[in-house]
Design a protein around this ligand. Structure first.
Ligand SMILES: Nc1ncnc2c1ncn2[C@@H]1O[C@H](COP(=O)(O)OP(=O)(O)OP(=O)(O)O)[C@@H](O)[C@H]1O
Ligand SMILES: [Mg+2]
Length: 251
């Protein structure tokens, strides 16, 4: 069974169709590349999956569980993780604090406990810090955990975005242009982190304009245009298709 199943997903903003009867499966251990020109609806698809915007029609299930009506934080708790095309980090806070402020399983937290059960809150805080340190180890960021985010490189900031998305145990990870503006060492590091996550069983979908990265990383790709999934196949197949390249680059 697929980890994430999307059926007949539809969404329009006024006259703009961003999702047009989308069917898509993401499988455990797989990395699916999502490509298509600007405005194709790639980020919108992630927003629909995560519950940032509600669909007009269609269904999304995670491990067989319907996401209909589930708010963003509940989807995160159930294992849906994503990064943002723009960074959305807190620049003056340290790397580790950015992780600790990321999406987490807050289901057991109640404000009243801050006053009534301070040791319990301290314990939850300790667990979050341990989890953050574990993630920072895995993503190669542990050496800079106390640096303010504004003092690290842009590539490292992108990686912090990925690390933050992993604070809950991710079943499905959506990466929105993780490589835009990234080069050198960090490029290889992000590649490795994504591969390791896929190997550990996470179902991953990557939006990228960097076709070389997609080709390196993804078992398969889908091509989106005007809210439609037009083709699914190997990345080589997709980029060799003259109709798709024409849509991608325009004529
Ligand atoms: N909340 C919204 N309200 C109105 N229009 C929106 C909204 N979100 C997205 N759109 C529009 O939907 C279309 C698809 O946008 P989307 O961000 O999904 O494209 P994309 O494929 O991610 O493009 P890019 O490669 O440039 O990131 C665009 O025309 C965009 O302006
Ligand atoms: Mg986008």
């Amino acid at each position: 069974m697929a980890v994430l199943e999307i059926r007949n997903l539809c969404k329009s903003f006024g006259g703009i169709v961003v999702a047009d009867q989308i069917d898509l499966d993401l499988k455990a251990h797989g990395v699916l590349g999502l490509i298509g020109p600007n405005g194709a609806g790639k980020t919108s698809l992630f927003n629909l999956i995560c519950g940032v915007v509600p669909p007009d029609a269609g269904s999304i299930t995670l491990d067989g569980l319907s996401m209909e009506g589930q708010p963003i934080h509940e989807r995160a708790r159930l294992g849906l993780a994503r990064t943002w095309q723009t960074l959305r980090l807190f620049p003056s806070l340290s790397v580790i604090d950015n992780l600790m402020l990321g999406p987490r399983d807050y289901s057991a937290d109640r404000l009243i406990d801050v006053f009534l059960r301070p040791t319990y809150i301290a314990q939850r805080e300790r667990e979050a810090r341990q989890r953050a340190e574990y993630i920072l180890e895995r993503t190669g960021l542990i050496a800079i955990k106390d640096s303010p985010v504004m003092d690290i490189t842009y590539g490292q900031q992108k990686l912090v975005g990925v690390a933050r998305a992993l604070m809950n145990e991710a079943r499905c990870l959506l990466l929105d242009e993780p490589m835009a503006g990234v080069e050198g060492q960090t490029y290889a590091l992000i590649q490795k982190v994504v591969r390791d996550l896929a190997e550990s069983g996470v179902a991953i979908c990557v939006v990228e304009h960097n076709v070389a990265f997609i080709k390196d990383l993804c078992d398969e790709g889908v091509f989106m245009f005007a809210g439609k999934v037009l083709a699914r196949g190997s990345v080589d197949q997709l980029i060799a298709d003259p109709h798709l390249t024409e849509l991608y680059f325009g004529t």
